[in-house]
Design a protein around this ligand. Structure first.
Ligand code: KIV
Ligand code: ZN
Length: 503
């Protein structure tokens, strides 16, 4: 509504092209290194998602980078396959040799880069940029030019170098905010000014050092930028780049701009990239985080159940997500009723009040209430299961220096006695391995937290675990004991019993 008022003052393009750099800048995320095979798998997903260009790497950097580019090219994807290259001949030749259809060439232009990194004059840098673009174009390849650290470069010089590569036939002018120093209004200003003198389409590449990468990318689009560089999950050097999922959804849902992205695949690709890179998304991550469509407070859940638009700006289905009603201390009766309905649990008014009180109590104690916890509480209240399915009969553990920690566990499972010994990296691990192999390998430990409640060697230890099974049942378990290993065993059994109860 308010956007419509300000849109009139913008120079919005009808369509924005997504240049994905997950495999290049995203791979520069500290701790991330992708194999050729992993790059291929991510490239296929990016292509299905609909990005126009995939920057697959820096071919001169290694044989693996070149091989990745070649292998991705051989897939015959719809997306253009781009390689990064400095304006050096050996970089450009490496990219040409990898057969890419698109070369993104760059050279530092800011006073800092000129003086400390390149030790080159403005004129030499400009000539290098023009030569590189001409060399790429002479080979019949698409060329994009970036003035590295553009946003800390004197504007007249920046404009001069961009005009020179524009005249040399570059296909895209890219404006990198290399260290994320822009604010939306300054990004808007620079793009607007550049547009006055440049014919080629303008692209932006924003880093997130101040959490402004997405806002700055959008500000560039408001000034007429036609392409945005982005990465899945906002991966990238230091604090990362503009997150593809956020830029895309803002452009589509807020600006009404056409973007060639199949938005229903966004959560899937986010999870895929997270698994491969090992970089987990925080639950409150926009668009793709676990909590992006989760509602806890009674007031919100009430609104959502009446009309989801009350507390959701877009539908979860639009990005391949699912809505979650979370139970906790802010839970209202409506939320609880809807959850119980979802699981087909029918309670009378007294039973409902008991379950409601227990959930509130757990929430007040700062405890998380998972769906399996709720089902276990409800099942117990209804009285269907009065006994634990798995009970500990006996337990012994052996550990020390130069011995393999070994746990021997005897359990009663549905009144049948079973025993086993298992090793592990430590006594807790050995005990959990033994329990799992007796009960079900399908139930896995997802979280394990331990806290010493009192001081001293006889301190009380509180162990909190979350276990889950392949059907998606999660349950918490908790125990407090002086013996850490026993507390762990009890917490695990507590959680396993809840999962078995609802299966
Ligand atoms: O952030 C940056 O400046 C870059 C360049 C290679 C464009 O990633
Ligand atoms: Zn970058």
């Amino acid at each position: 509504m308010y956007i419509e008022k300000v849109k009139k003052t913008m120079n919005l393009p009808g369509k924005v092209v997504i240049f994905d750099t997950t495999l290049r800048d995203g791979e520069q995320t500290p701790g991330v290194a992708l194999t050729v095979d992993e790059k291929i798998r991510i490239a296929k997903k990016l292509d299905q998602l609909g990005v126009e260009t995939i920057e697959v790497g820096f071919p001169v950097a290694s044989d693996g980078e070149k091989e990745a580019a070649r292998e991705i090219l051989s897939l015959g994807l719809d997306a253009q396959v781009c390689g990064l290259a400095r304006t050096l001949k050996r970089d450009l030749d490496a990219a040409i040799d990898a057969d890419v259809d698109y070369i993104h060439t760059f050279i530092g232009t800011s006073p800092l880069h000129r003086k400390f990194k390149l030790k080159m004059s403005k004129e030499d840098i400009l000539n290098k940029a023009v030569d590189a673009v001409e060399y790429i174009k002479d080979h019949g390849i698409m060329a994009e030019f970036s003035a590295e650290d553009a946003t800390r470069t004197e504007f007249d010089y920046l404009s001069e170098i961009y005009q020179a590569v524009d005249e040399a036939g570059v296909d895209y002018i890219n404006v990198p905010d290399t260290v994320g120093v822009m604010i939306p209004r300054s990004m808007n200003w620079i793009i607007k000014e550049l547009k006055n003198n440049i014919k080629s389409p303008i692209s932006v590449h924003c880093h997130d050092d101040f959490g402004l990468a997405v806002a700055n990318s959008l500000a560039a689009v408001e000034a007429g930028a036609e392409q945005v560089h982005a990465t899945v999950n906002g991966l990238g050097e230091r604090a990362g780049n503009a997150a593809l999922e956020e830029v895309t959804m803002a452009l589509i849902a807020r600006y009404d701009i056409s973007v060639n992205i199949k938005t229903q695949q966004l959560v899937n690709i986010s999870e895929f990239v997270s698994r491969i890179t090992g970089i987990k998304m925080p639950p409150n991550k926009s668009i793709v985080g676990d909590n992006a469509f989760a509602h806890e407070s009674g007031i919100h859940v009430h609104g959502i159940l009446e009309n989801a638009e009350t507390y959701e700006p877009i539908t979860p289905e639009m990005v391949g997500h699912t809505r979650k009603i979370v139970l906790g201390k802010h839970t209202g009766a409506n939320a609880l009723r809807s959850k119980l309905d979802e699981y087909g649990i029918d309670l009378n008014e007294d039973q409902f009040c008991t379950v409601y009180d227990q959930i509130k109590n757990l929430g007040d104690k700062g405890k998380m209430v998972t769906d399996a916890d709720l089902r276990a509480i409800a099942v117990t209240v209804v009285g269907r299961v009065k006994e634990e399915i798995v009970k500990l009969e006996s337990f012994a553990v052996m550990t020390g220096e130069n011995v393999m920690p070994t746990a021997t566990v005897k359990l009663s499972i549905n009144n049948e006695i079973k025993a086993i010994s298992k090793t592990g990296v430590g006594p807790v691990d050995a005990a959990i391995n033994a329990i799992q192999s007796l009960v079900s390998e399908d139930i896995e430990l997802k979280e394990y937290h331990i806290e010493a409640i009192t001081g001293g060697t006889n301190a009380l230890a509180e162990v909190f675990v979350v276990m889950s099974d392949s059907e998606g049942n999660n349950a918490t378990g908790r125990s407090t004991r002086e013996d850490v290993v026993m507390a762990s065993v009890e917490a695990v059994l507590n959680s396993i019993n809840k999962i078995l109860m609802v299966r």
